[in-house]
Design a protein around this ligand. Structure first.
Ligand SMILES: C[S@@+](CC[C@H](N)C(=O)[O-])C[C@H]1O[C@@H](n2cnc3c(N)ncnc32)[C@H](O)[C@@H]1O
Length: 203
């Protein structure tokens, strides 16, 4: 795996990364985490310095937390006690059905092949496993500006409108619910169990 342009940004993200998460997004993540079963295994995917995993640990110390990210420079800042794995979302090195939940914060638009990454997410989740995603809608003006800047920086800028992401997840057996505020959105999804009649999870 070649070096990443994030390799030099670990210190920056450790210090300022939380500023990318408005309070309502943090609350949504907190709610998501508090509803997980005892001892659940959780993957912070594209997790960088492990910000989401750290937040999860502070409210749920019983969880088994993992961070997967291709950037060694980001992973170097993952807290002790949280497992860090150098990996791309498109090639997850985990066994089928290992995780109870996957969280993707501010990272989905960096994946080169979102479809392949979502195939992997579905594969590594248990039946009725949960997904939490925080990302930007590329349709409103601020979203278009962010996409433009990311492309200038040489990133894939795979920004998806939330309804497109929902459709891609549905194709892979998930039902989902989106909360959109301006150009930011949070999506919570659940991998459907066969013949189950559950309703959409709340954000
Ligand atoms: C903006 S940072 C967000 C990091 C962290 N989730 C946070 O909120 O602080 C985006 C992260 O996506 C990672 N990334 C880039 N391409 C990726 C890929 N194909 N698979 C997984 N992660 C990737 C980068 O290395 C970087 O750590």
């Amino acid at each position: 795996m070649s070096g990443s342009r994030f390799d030099r940004l670990g210190g920056f993200f450790q210090r300022y990364g939380h500023r990318l998460y408005p309070r309502w997004v943090r609350r949504s993540f907190h709610t998501f985490v508090t509803r997980l079963p005892g001892g659940a295994r959780v993957l912070d995917l594209g997790g960088g310095t492990g910000l989401l995993a750290s937040w999860a640990r502070s409210s749920r110390p019983d969880l088994e937390l993992w961070v997967a990210d291709p950037s060694e420079g980001m992973l170097a800042y993952v807290e002790d006690g949280i497992r860090a794995v150098r990996a791309r979302a498109e090639a997850l090195p985990f066994e089928d059905g290992y995780f109870h939940a996957v969280a993707i914060g501010e990272a989905l638009h960096h994946f080169e092949d979102v479809g392949r990454a979502l195939d992997g997410v579905a594969r590594v989740l248990v039946p009725s496993g949960k997904v939490w995603v925080y990302d930007y809608d590329p349709r409103p003006l601020p979203g278009r500006v962010v996409r433009f800047l990311e492309r200038l920086w040489g990133e894939p800028a795979s920004f998806l409108p939330p309804n497109r992401l929902q459709a891609m997840l549905e194709e892979r057996g998930f039902r989902s619910h989106v909360r959109l505020r301006g150009f930011r959105y949070v999506l919570v999804a659940e991998l459907k169990e066969k013949a189950s009649g559950r309703s959409s999870p709340s954000v």
